[in-house]
Design a protein around this ligand. Structure first.
Ligand SMILES: Cc1cc2nc3c(=O)[nH]c(=O)nc-3n(C[C@H](O)[C@H](O)[C@H](O)COP(=O)(O)OP(=O)(O)OC[C@H]3O[C@@H](n4cnc5c(N)ncnc54)[C@H](O)[C@@H]3O)c2cc1C
Length: 501
């Protein structure tokens, strides 16, 4: 052991990952987690025989074609037994008049699908799909690398490629499409979640990962994925204290000395890593004493991912032949909260994962933006009856709209479960109910933010608030990076070990 004790706040994927890498490098680490399970947002829950998944739609790095795969295998999130599903269709977007648009994970098929809708737009379609192919050739072709003469051209091509595609918004790209149907489908891909003023690069990269079969879904879903990483951490000698809410990060002479829990207990540490919410860490646990204009600017000006509601249904049907993800327009919108009208619904049909429902039955999940998170948190705090009625109303509105798309579904619904932004905040404490940290923006593209704080020693932050765009890969990668920095500061070589399972 290095002799140093590192305390980690939060047992989400970033906290567990930090713990694993610290243990691999002979640090003594201990995680303090407010919930009674690990995983944070990477979770699922069981209700009457059904499991409702809340996180993994795509796990970037799920296949060996990119080096991120090695991180998931080091952490045990993926092991020899993990079965990864790479679907043929990522999602199917349905239009008003029976028209539909499938996002095929194979880029050649996706190109053919776009050409089917608009042969006139061949030039822009091919420019885009060729860009996806180029992305795959330099980013996720480890198992099938391009010839050396092609690789030699990367140095001059990649910077121009990145500049072109990271500075183009989805809106601006869609303007180049002449066919109104294809244009509309394109603008609907990210729905209300990311918005179309973000760079189109996010879509381009996602299509690249899907094509390279490295953005799949691990059978069992999010909770088993997190549990495997927790087990890896425990096997490496790590310790987790559940139901321990960290209230304060203790500081003496600008050096972090430990943490204080909500029950008053003080835990000394040589280093503290916060893998918890960014705002809470900086402005509450550290009382806003270690900030500068730049950090205040992030929290005043950047947009987080929106808060969401999730309605989960256990349905006595196999949904045979139906794509596992569908987005369709609602004839009558749903008033989700005073600020949000839901006009389109995306539904995940988990009939491809037999572990999530009894035989012959299926778990269905829809989640959607609910901008007014305070509507839910205030109601839950002040009037639980009204809150429960609002949840029931939302579920029945959703089922009513689904009945139009799947006639008779109502009679087959066996289990109904509703989560609101208040649920996400209660269980994970994420600022404003954000489900993935900061939205990616032109301003923050490729940037890491607030991994350390000005003037504060022995302290680091990891997780989705440190890398705009969020998600599981940044959670693990930021943790790996910070442990590398800690090792470097201590004059040690950073090492990793393989998981033997
Ligand atoms: C519906 C949904 C779909 C998603 N889909 C995908 C996807 O397909 N692919 C993908 O890559 N990502 C996806 N994500 C995002 C991904 O789940 C998150 O970005 C990632 O899990 C963040 O991990 P984290 O460790 O940084 O933070 P969190 O998961 O928020 O973990 C923080 C942990 O800290 C704990 N904590 C907070 N405050 C305290 C405190 N004061 N004391 C002690 N503990 C504390 C929390 O309880 C939590 O366990 C999705 C998320 C949601 C909700």
């Amino acid at each position: 052991m290095s002799g140093k004790k590192v305390v980690i706040i939060g047992a989400g994927i970033s906290g567990l990952s930090a713990g694993c890498y610290l243990q691999m490098n002979d640090y003594e680490s201990e995680i303090f987690e407010l919930h009674d399970i690990s995983g944070g947002l990477c979770t699922s829950w069981e209700r009457k025989g059904y499991t409702f998944d809340c996180c993994i739609h795509w796990l970037v790095g799920s296949g060996p074609s990119m080096s991120l795969y090695d991180i998931w295998t080091e952490l045990g999130g993926i092991n020899k037994e993990t079965e990864i599903i790479n679907s043929e269709v990522f999602t199917r977007i349905e239009g008003k008049d029976g028209e539909h648009f499938s996002i095929f994970t194979d880029i050649d098929k996706f190109e053919a699908e776009m050409l089917r809708l608009s042969a006139n737009d061949e030039e822009i379609i091919k420019e885009f799909t060729d860009a996806v192919r180029f992305f795959v050739s330099f980013q996720c072709s480890r198992d099938n690398p391009p010839p050396p003469e092609v690789q030699r051209t990367f140095g001059e091509k990649i910077p121009a490629f990145l500049k072109k595609w990271t500075t183009l918004t989805t809106n601006d790209f869609a303007k180049k499409i002449t066919n109104p149907v294809l244009k509309q489908f394109f603008l609907r891909i990210f729905g209300d979640f990311v918005g179309n003023t973000s760079s189109i690069f996010m879509l381009l990269a996602t299509l690249g990962y899907l094509h390279a079969k490295t953005a799949g879904y691990p059978i069992g879903g999010s909770r088993p994925f997190a549990k495997r990483i927790e087990q890896r951490y425990l096997d490496l000698g790590g310790k987790i204290q559940f139901k321990t809410h960290v209230k304060e990060i203790l500081v003496e002479n600008d050096k972090v000395t430990g943490i204080q829990l909500i029950n008053g207990d003080k835990i000394p540490a040589d280093i503290v890593i916060s893998a918890a919410d960014g705002f809470d860490t900086i402005y509450n646990m550290l009382k806003g004493k270690y900030v500068d204009e730049e950090i205040n600017g992030y929290y005043n000006n950047l947009r987080p991912f929106p808060p969401i509601c999730q309605v989960s249904l256990g349905v006595a049907d196999e949904f045979t032949g139906i794509p596992h993800s569908i987005q369709f327009l609602l004839e009558e919108s749903i008033k989700v909260d005073p600020k949000t009208d839901l006009k389109e619904m995306g539904i995940r049909i988990f009939n491809f994962d037999p572990t999530l429902a009894p035989k012959g039955k299926t778990a269905l999940v829809t989640f959607f933006v609910s901008e007014d998170y305070e509507y839910w948190t205030n109601m839950r705090e002040n009037n639980r009856k009204k809150y429960n009625e609002a949840k029931d109303r939302l579920a029945s509105e959703v089922i009513k709209r689904l009945e139009k798309r799947f006639p008779n579904i109502k009679s087959k619904v066996e289990v109904v479960d509703v989560s609101t932004p208040a649920t996400f905040i209660r269980y994970t404490n994420n600022w404003k109910g954000s489900y993935e940290g900061w939205l990616p923006s032109m301003q923050t593209a490729g940037k890491s933010i607030t991994e350390t704080l000005p003037g504060l020693n022995n302290f680091f932050m990891v997780g989705h608030w440190t890398q705009p765009g969020g998600g599981l890969p940044p959670a693990a990668m930021s943790a790996r990076k910070i442990v590398g920095i800690i090792c470097k500061q201590d004059g040690k070589d950073f090492t990793t070990s393989k998981n033997s399972n």
